[in-house]
Design a protein around this ligand. Structure first.
Ligand code: COA
Length: 384
């Protein structure tokens, strides 16, 4: 009698792999909650540091707590010289996400709490990693564009400092506000692939730097955070609103995916994309790139009509970042800067109540094969 095999769930769709208090994706109703707060309530009313605090400590900070938390983060926006040197030595055409992943892994070697996983050590590492991820991205950009790096300004917040360290200029109010909310909207998202990678890594009791390196490796792929860069490549290739229909029809007709569309969890509009669409519209017209917004709108209408699929967070974040003057090679890094807050919160939650994450697989191969010693093996027909 043959034993009935357990069928794996492809892509683990619908499988519950963790309990979390951090965020909830209500895919049926197009809602996202951070610790019980609907993001529609938070966007534009709270700043990114408040959300980081909320995710890490469970409550929104009061004014005094926010000031000191912000000051602590900004004070950590600097890199060990060896890691700055590593950035300088990276090949100029290496994907910035590869450099970021490598640099975070290297940071683990220089962190004073490197080998410690106590709650206090993890909290110190959390602040350092979040601040240093931002500094790696801005430093890499400036080094590659032949400019000297810019140190954080203690009188600016996290988002403002990021734009300042990137461009060397104090950002305008609208830029600061839009970027701050963009970070807020990307801060956490249930058990996304990168978050699951982080939790799985830390479930072995590997440290926080290992977990964030795993998460960065996972985020890089175009089916996850790498999609925003691909969106901009598509918009540039299309180039003109009149070319949207033939381009998109051509892609759909050949079974290709449209980057920035579709989501495993959302069966309706992604609430983050609603906010980003608004920002894209506002910023593109100020920055004189209305054409990109117009192309985006046409793509959105056509994909919805033809496939019934909505844009996800990556679609309009591409034009928002473009209008902020961020080069497309860095879009996924910006996602990473924001999501590091969520990854860290999940890492701390996993540590708090850990059990090794170790699922099973259904073995599809044979049994009872007879071992043939090397000297007696001949290559199977067709093998070279
Ligand atoms: N363009 C065209 N068709 C898409 C699509 C897209 N972006 N996303 C999903 N679909 C279609 C699939 O072809 C499939 O159609 P079928 O049932 O006729 O074969 C159906 O929708 C379900 O897709 P599936 O691959 O099972 O969904 P998933 O949950 O495994 O994938 C994503 C989710 C995000 C990987 C997928 O939507 C995608 O590849 N999107 C583009 C990349 C992207 O923007 N990623 C960022 C996510 S935040």
């Amino acid at each position: 009698m043959t034993k009935k095999r357990k069928q794996p769930v492809r892509g683990l769709e619908g499988v519950v792999a963790a309990e979390t208090f951090l965020s909830h994706v209500d895919g049926a109703n197009g809602k996202l909650y951070y610790r019980g707060y609907d993001i529609d309530q938070l966007a534009g009313r709270a700043c990114y540091e408040e959300i980081v605090y909320l995710l890490w400590f469970g409550e929104l900070p009061d004014a005094e707590q926010l000031d000191s938390f912000r000051a602590e983060l900004v004070a950590e926006m600097r890199l060990p010289e060896q890691v700055s040197e590593l950035l300088r030595l990276s090949p100029p055409n290496a994907n910035p996400m590869v450099v970021l992943r490598t640099a975070v892994s290297a940071l683990g070697m220089f962190d004073p709490d490197g080998g410690k996983n106590t709650e206090q050590a993890n909290l110190r590492k959390a602040k350092r990693i979040l601040a240093q991820v931002a500094t790696i991205v801005t430093s890499l950009y400036r080094m590659r564009s032949g400019q000297s790096t810019v140190s954080a300004d203690k009188d600016m917040g996290f988002a403002e400092n990021f734009l300042y360290m990137l461009s060397g200029k104090t950002p305008r109010k609208i830029e600061r506000e839009v970027f701050d909310t963009t970070l807020l909207l990307h801060a956490d998202h249930g058990l996304a692939a990168s978050t699951f990678a982080a939790r799985t890594t830390v479930s072995t009791l590997a440290g926080m730097h290992s977990a964030i390196s795993s998460a960065l490796a996972s985020l890089k792929g175009p089916l996850h955070g790498g999609a925003n860069r691909k969106v901009m490549e598509m918009l540039e290739e299309i180039g003109d609103a009149d070319r949207v229909a033939p381009y998109i029809e051509g892609m759909l007709g050949t079974g290709q995916r449209i980057m920035g569309f579709g989501h495993r969890m959302y069966k309706t509009e992604d609430p983050r994309s609603r906010h980003l669409r608004k920002f894209s519209n506002k910023l593109c017209s100020r920055a004189g790139c209305d054409q990109l917004y117009e192309i985006s709108q046409k793509i959105e209408a056509l994909v919805l009509e033809r496939k019934g699929i909505n844009p996800n967070v990556d679609f309009y974040s591409a034009t928002v970042q473009s209008a902020l003057g961020i080069p497309k090679e860095y879009y996924t890094c910006i996602f990473a800067v924001a999501r590091t807050a969520g990854w860290i919160a999940h890492v701390m939650e996993q540590f708090h109540d850990n059990r090794l994450i170790r699922p099973s697989s259904t073995y599809m191969g044979g049994f009872d094969r007879k071992f043939v010693p090397l000297a007696k093996r001949s290559a199977p027909a067709g093998a070279s």
